[in-house]
Design a protein around this ligand. Structure first.
Ligand code: NAP
Length: 250
């Protein structure tokens, strides 16, 4: 039986999460690839990892539902029997609306998936990794956004606020568990070429914003994954509570 470390990537089926899953497997992690509804995409990521000699499973579950989060971690326990890393990557945007146009339901779901989902997943991970709970330590990487700093006016301020909450959560949790062998960091991606923009009704957003980015181009999921993998790795052994911009200078 393998003693390779185990990583759970929420929203690992597409975009940044898929790149993290594939990159982590190349670095020797066994990977639990969570997805909400795109089973075929998650199965493709798992197949690619296995095809390259790695080990992975796909686990369905909506991080906006507390019972699903419990089930996701139970599936990791059952299949791998250990957990060494969590990437809180699953996240949503919504269509472009001013704040004074947003429905309560939209705002509630945004915060439930992006904020409560990440906090509840981190809590489950800490219960397994912290020395306080008999764990052997581990690393958590939260995926924030440059929106946390920029505010996303006239696009999705609720999303930006949800990511600012992730920044603060990263700082607080990192200090809470720093002496228990668990490091907690965040990445703030800038504009990255994924399906996320189309899901917010702006399929050309990455291309259209390119002139406003100092590096004059959107980033790739792999470029974000490289930064996530660094924060997960022993090379970042003294790094906790850090929030790293991966944004081409924007
Ligand atoms: P994406 O291409 O839309 O992929 C989103 C992933 O999250 C998919 O795997 C999706 O699963 C999963 N997901 C969505 N809602 C979920 C839920 N409730 N429960 C479990 N999984 C769920 O998005 P992305 O661009 O890679 O974004 C990944 C993260 O980076 C997000 O947190 C996003 O806010 C952040 N980010 C992205 C950008 C950007 O420009 N793309 C910039 C800054 C930050 P299914 O495949 O099953 O739908």
């Amino acid at each position: 039986m393998s003693d390779a470390p185990v990583l759970l990537v929420t929203g690992g089926s597409r975009g940044i999460g898929a790149a993290v899953s594939l990159g982590a497997a190349r670095q020797g992690w066994r990977v639990a690839v969570n997805y909400a509804s795109a089973k075929a995409a998650a199965d493709d990521v798992v197949a690619a990892i296995k095809g390259a000699g790695g080990e992975a499973i796909a686990i369905q579950g909506d991080v906006g539902i507390a019972a699903d989060i419990s089930a996701i971690f139970a599936a990791v326990d059952k299949h791998f029997g250990r957990l060494d890393g969590l990437v809180n990557n699953a996240g949503i945007v919504a269509t472009v609306e001013r704040v004074d146009e947003m429905s309560p339901e939209r705002i509630e779901r945004m915060l439930r998936v992006n904020v409560a989902g990440s906090i509840l997943c981190a809590a489950e991970a800490v219960r397994r990794m912290s020395s306080r709970h008999g764990g052997k330590g581990g690393a958590i990487v939260n995926i924030s956004s440059m929106a946390a700093v920029l505010g996303s006016a006239s696009q999705y301020v609720d999303y930006a606020a949800s990511k600012a909450a992730i920044d603060t959560f990263t700082i607080g949790l990192s200090r809470e568990v720093a002496a228990e062998g668990v490091r907690v960091n965040a990445i703030r991606p800038g504009v990255i070429e994924t399906d996320l923009h189309a899901s917010g009704g702006l399929p050309d957003r990455a291309r259209e914003l390119a002139p406003m980015i100092p590096m004059k181009r959107p980033g790739t999921p792999a470029e974000v994954a490289d930064a996530v993998l660094y924060l997960l790795s022993p090379a970042a052994s003294y790094v906790t509570g850090a929030i790293l911009n991966v944004s081409g200078g924007r």
